[in-house]
Design a protein around this ligand. Structure first.
Ligand SMILES: Cc1cc2nc3c(=O)[nH]c(=O)nc-3n(C[C@H](O)[C@H](O)[C@H](O)COP(=O)(O)OP(=O)(O)OC[C@H]3O[C@@H](n4cnc5c(N)ncnc54)[C@H](O)[C@@H]3O)c2cc1C
Length: 450
């Protein structure tokens, strides 16, 4: 039985440890922080939305049923427009849902599952350096004591500020780029008794205001977590909102219905420093006997709600590579990188673009007409024409394929949007025939590219 070191006891570290243990690998997890289940913090947790990709991995690990109690299903977006109007956009006509979960609760449940499988987790054990050719790590405990460990290989799931990736960056021909988003966010709490009757608990709520926005995610206790997204500088920015009164004023003007639900938002807001969001791309992920995984390999902006989903999908794809190449770790790692990196690169670019859609386009009449046409075509042609959001969120289609297919579908949508009176034509035979022929062309182009 071979031994593998997993660095990082976050969602991805826990998931890959369980996948490896299923194969009979002897796994040890090193986590720099104390056990989060035994510590308390006043800060609200980030909420994640899990979709088909993340859920599929949890299902494979036999965790889906157990974790379901933590999930709140969301069937669509509720757009709170600046004119006071509220519009509901269902994700699909088939009742598909994404699942909202507190990242803290999910992380704790994953640690419980790891322990139930007898996988050792060493908390307060920070990896401070790595030797990729020997698969060795140097560790520092909370008291400053140092130790060393060595295994057959190392999976680095130590997040977007990965120590292991920093070490690899010093090597020749290691490419790395990081791009911070111009906006940051602060998390505010909406108590259950205030939210009840005012916010639909089965929707993601969005207040798009172009240069800034607010989002509200339901929790399983009826409360909501509000995420206020603002630029770091300029008008309506974190820099300008230095006191609770100014925050209250902006909220009352920009999101009056939301402001009513958060009487202490001003104080909560100024008590926090804004959190930044970053896109990270790097290569190679596989160096010697080390593999970067999850956010350590590819941090995504949260606009599409894909970071954790992508990290969990990484684990599932790596497991499939191990099915083919184990016990040749090096071959499995490089095959995994070759299959997976084009997808996460495509997703990184898409997430950067999608923030504009969330804060501007969702509230735009032309955008909504386009979405309606997309879902009409999806209803008429089924999986032959899928909206991009559905391909990313409700399928296991590789991200890069989804992005490529959406670009071709966009040309068709542009053509159709230029024609007037599309909706009455959808049932017309000649129209259906013409669109079907165009979709067949898209299918051929995709086949050629694959
Ligand atoms: C605001 C926001 C909203 C998001 N929304 C969504 C969403 O809706 N859906 C979604 O899928 N994703 C979302 N994400 C992304 C998601 O949170 C991350 O992609 C996911 O948590 C990454 O998991 P990870 O295990 O790779 O990294 P992390 O969760 O960062 O875990 C890394 C772990 O490694 C440990 N560690 C770090 N360095 C060391 C070291 N040197 N030694 C030992 N341990 C170390 C850390 O303490 C941590 O426990 C969101 C992110 C943000 C910021």
């Amino acid at each position: 039985m071979q031994r593998v070191i997993v660095v990082g006891g976050g969602l991805v570290g826990c998931a890959i440890a369980m996948y490896l243990a299923r194969r009979g690998v002897d796994v040890t997890i090193y986590e720099r922080n104390a056990d989060p289940r035994r510590t308390t913090t006043a800060r609200p947790s980030i909420n994640l939305t899990l979709c088909t990709r993340g859920l599929y991995a949890l299902e494979q690990l036999g965790l889906r049923e157990d974790l379901q109690r933590l999930f709140v299903p969301l069937y669509g977006r509720m757009i709170h427009a600046s004119d006071g109007g509220i519009r509901y956009q269902r994700y699909t006509d088939n009742g598909d849902a994404i699942y909202c979960v507190s990242r803290r609760q999910l992380a704790a449940a994953m640690l419980d599952a790891v322990e139930r499988r007898g996988i050792p987790i060493q908390f307060d054990s920070r990896v401070v350096s790595v030797e990729p050719e020997r698969a060795a790590v140097v560790l520092r405990d909370a008291a400053g004591g140092e130790g060393r460990d060595e295994a057959a290989c190392i999976v680095a799931a130590d997040g977007s500020s990965s120590t292991i990736r920093h070490q690899l960056q010093r090597r020749d021909r290691f490419d790395y780029s990081q791009r911070f988003f111009a906006r940051g966010y602060k998390e505010l709490r909406i108590e259950a008794q205030r939210a009840r009757g005012c916010l639909d608990p089965e929707a993601l709520h969005i207040w798009p205001r172009r240069e800034f926005m607010a989002l509200a995610f339901p929790n399983n206790d009826g409360s909501f977590t509000c995420s206020a997204h603002l630029p770091f500088s300029g008008e309506h920015s974190f820099e300008r909102l230095g006191d609770a009164g100014a925050v209250r004023q902006l909220f009352a003007r920009a999101f009056p219905d939301l402001a009513d639900l958060m009487p202490s938002a001003g104080e909560e807001f100024v008590a926090q420093t804004p959190n930044s969001m970053v896109t990270i791309r790097c290569r190679p992920w596989a160096v010697g006997r080390v593999l970067l995984l999850g956010d350590a390999a590819h941090a995504l902006l949260p606009s599409y709600g894909q970071g954790a989903n992508a990290g969990l999908e990484d684990c599932q794809i790596l497991d499939a590579c191990l099915d083919e190449y184990a016990p040749d770790w090096a071959r499995a790692f490089s095959e995994f990188e070759a299959r997976r990196r084009p997808d996460t690169d495509a997703m990184a670019s898409l997430c950067e673009r999608h923030f504009v859609e969330l804060s501007e386009d969702v509230d735009d009449v032309a955008f909504q007409a386009r979405c309606r046409l997309e879902s009409e075509l999806h209803a008429r042609f089924g999986d032959r024409f899928m909206p991009l959001y559905s391909m990313i969120t409700f399928s296991l289609m590789p991200y890069a394929t989804a992005v490529r297919r959406a670009a071709l579908q966009r040309q068709l949508l542009d053509e159709l949007m230029r024609e007037s009176r599309i909706e009455p034509c959808i049932a017309d035979d000649a129209f259906v025939c013409r669109v079907s022929a165009r979709i067949a062309r898209i299918e051929r182009e995709l086949e050629k590219a694959s």
